[in-house]
Design a protein around this ligand. Sequence first.
Ligand code: NAD
Ligand code: MG
Length: 390
Amino acid sequence: MMTTRQRVTVLGATGSIGQSTLNVIGQHPDRFTVFALSGHANMAQLALDIIRFKPQFAVVPNDTRYRQLLELLPNRNCDILIGEQALADVASAAQVDTVMAAIVGAAGLKSALAAAHAGKKLLLANKESMVVAGALLMEAVAKSQALLLPIDSEHNAIFQCLPADQSQAGVDSILLTASGGPFRQTPMEQLLTATPEQAIAHPTWTMGRKISVDSASLMNKGLELIEACWLFSVPPEKIEVVVHPQSVIHSMVRYIDGSVLAQMGSPDMRTPISYGLAYPDRIVSGSAPLEFSQLLQLQFDQPDRVRFPCLRLAEEAMAEGGTVPAVLNAANEMSVAAFLEGDIGFMDIPRINEQVMTRLGRSPVESIDQLLEVDRAARAQAAEQIKALR
Ligand code: NAD
Ligand code: MG
């Protein structure tokens, strides 16, 4: 049977998830064609991908990047668009079937929301947009009947382990696994002086810098807890965080009859990405098969909320609800960036996040503009705290 190829927009194409997505797409030229790619800083990578995948559009943030990219593309074979509105446009264009939302941070919110409103198949890697605006994103998906598929490995695992209709029938709870990050066994006094290099050296996954620091502080697990509450409409009490250092089990669902279903695999994002791209089919992803003869042991432990206060902060933010998760996310984006710049210490990240959360308080969620305003206010507040620490 002839099948038409899925037309895919990859937002954040130059990043870790974006590159893994293009790797999977490149293995299946019979199934996928690229409609648009976006990149923010690495124009050399973007140019290479434009030459290879021949998208109709590329999106860059400003005139400087536009000129850089143009120089790298002598026989200009695609239209280069500029700015945030262009991201939303290539995410919602009529010619697009599937959108990979792989921009990092709240910067990816408007384009992810545009894809949801337009009823696309939305492959969501950008967890921050769900943390900031879960209510609005889920509402947009329901209204437009978009197909929302989680790409975050844990949420993709949970999606695979839930009943096929994604109902909660017979579900008791969700077990969200965490590797524990590079500082799983690091004593508190060493965390105080931890460097960015140590924080981004993740034991099992290779990822962008921001999410790597989040994994080290367990903020990543906190953001994922909030993401899971929205994606699967469960309250936080129904989600248990389990530390599992080998990252072989990507998460589990516990059923009322005593069954626990787990999804396993090598720690390679091409597995959840290919699942999302081909859903409901299965395709080859290029990830190495799990070798059970080489798996010495699978360990499980409880998370430590004293050394890793960010997990507790996320739990509190979700319990408070409203705009609080958006405040926490914005504060965290600022504190992580300051830590990566060497301006603050590793344990200042939770400190700043908590101070900003306390100062800004809670309002009910009204609109995307309100959330973007809250995001700005929280960033301004975090910037002040960072300045005071420098
Ligand atoms: P990355 O830093 O490697 O890539 C980020 C991408 O976003 C790049 O293409 C960059 O150009 C673009 N970008 C950065 N700032 C931007 C801005 N202001 N406007 C527009 N584009 C911008 O990050 P990553 O590791 O690929 O992660 C991307 C998203 O996927 C994050 O939300 C992360 O939490 C999530 N995620 C990543 C992994 C992983 O294994 N890397 C796993 C699960 C979820
Ligand atoms: Mg994850």
